[in-house]
Write a protein that binds this ligand. Structure first.
Ligand SMILES: *Cc1c(COP(=O)(O)O)cnc(C)c1O
Length: 383
């Protein structure tokens, strides 16, 4: 009997159970406790960021970044158009205007050429320039952070990396060789939501190389409460801290990151082999960019316009108890963002129309992956 193959579920073992139990026994269950500081220290070390501040979610970490970049109502934030809506929500919370930047077809990451062309045009027309460029590393694939940092520096913008989906991804060649994603911008955000490569149940991390930004991030995330006796708050803050219980889970999961990354890559390699020579497009694996293939995602052949073919494959897999999920609807197609400026948009629309994520949990068995592969190949035969 075959069981359901889920898309991406957490991989929780004994270490996780032990550390969470220890955190509960300690009595420090909330946002103060040794595991929070331990998690921040180890996380900073893992990605090679000087400072890390644990947050209640990746979205919270991104929002802190927008606050710290002093994004005010009406300020412009340039953000990748092809992403999960949390990326832009963080800017919308500050009532920013958005500049939605399409992806490049090869890497699926932000197209910096159309961004730079627009910024040059805006500068010579005396129009508003972005206060923040938010670069999203989608699906575990590093985006061109070096190029984005150059543009940010050229136009006086703050670069925030949305690395929510790409913990563990690195560059192996080029100007960023040896670096992890999330260490190139002025600030970065990671997510530990349940479906991400590692989880704390729900949580996130804010990282930066600037001591003052780190100090302020922690301050804002704890209701901007001052050390003085008697509840003094010097600005409007948030309750964005991670709990000690969640941080204990984070410490345990982080210690297994090498295992998780290796497994994601071997799952991707096996799918890539199986789909080579078929009309399926495999996810980008750009030279010098070491993707973690967080959600292994393919593009179906574009026989019909629109999402029909992709829906058809999703239904075909679903009928065999295999879970899959369409890639994101680009931000410019989201109703609340209908009035925002978009640069391009056709690439994101095509990724949405044709993109489907396949099962890739780190504990996916070889037999289950074989089932997925055979089902996809069988679907191709029906075309
Ligand atoms: C998951 C995700 C986030 C938000 O993380 P949460 O922890 O769920 O708030 C932000 N950006 C992207 C691109 C994501 O995939």
């Amino acid at each position: 009997m075959s069981t359901r193959v889920p898309l991406a579920i957490p991989n929780i073992g004994q270490t996780e159970a032990d550390l969470v139990a220890d955190a509960m026994r300690s009595g420090f269950v909330s946002s103060v406790g040794e595991y929070v500081t331990e998690f921040e220290r180890r996380f900073a070390e893992y990605v090679g960021a000087p400072y890390a501040v644990a947050c209640s979610s990746g979205t919270a970490a991104l929002h802190l970044g927008m606050r710290l970049a002093d994004v005010q109502p009406g300020d412009l934030v340039a953000v990748s158009d092809f992403t999960f809506m949390a990326s832009s929500n963080a800017a919308s919370y500050q009532f920013a205007d958005l500049l939605l930047v399409d992806s490049k077809p090869d890497s699926w990451g932000m197209d910096l050429d159309i961004l730079r062309t627009e910024l040059l045009r805006r500068r010579s027309a005396g129009e508003k320039l972005p206060k923040v460029i938010e670069l999203v590393h989608i699906l575990g694939q590093p985006a061109d952070a070096h190029g984005a940092r150059e543009i940010a520096d050229e136009f006086g913008a703050v670069l925030i990396e949305d690395a929510a989906e790409a913990l563990g991804a690195t560059w192996s060649d080029g100007p960023l060789a040896g670096r992890h994603v999330g260490t190139v911008g002025h600030m970065a955000a990671f997510s530990f939501n349940g479906n991400k490569i590692m989880t704390t149940g729900g949580g996130g991390m804010f990282t930066t190389d600037d001591e003052e930004l780190a100090r302020r991030a922690k301050h804002l995330s704890t209701q901007a409460r001052m050390p003085e006796r008697g509840y003094l708050h010097n600005e409007i803050g948030y309750n964005y801290r991670l709990t000690n219980i969640a941080a204990a889970l984070g410490v345990a999961q982080l210690s297994r990151m090498d295992e998780f990354v290796a497994r994601k890559r071997s799952i991707a390699a096996r799918y890539n082999d199986a789909f080579a020579g078929t009309p399926i497009t495999c996810p980008p694996g750009m030279p010098g960019e070491e993707s973690t293939y967080w959600l292994y995602s393919i593009l179906v052949p574009s026989a019909e316009p629109g999402t029909e073919t992709r829906d058809n494959l999703q239904d075909f897999l679903g009928a065999a108890d295999i879970e899959s999920r369409p890639l994101w609807r680009p931000l410019h197609m989201q109703p609340p963002l209908a009035k925002e400026q978009v640069l391009g948009g056709a690439v994101g629309e095509e990724l949405f129309a044709r993109g489907l994520s396949l099962p890739c949990s780190t504990d996916l068995s070889d037999a289950d992956q074989q089932r997925v592969i055979e089902r996809v190949l069988a679907w191709l035969q029906t075309r």
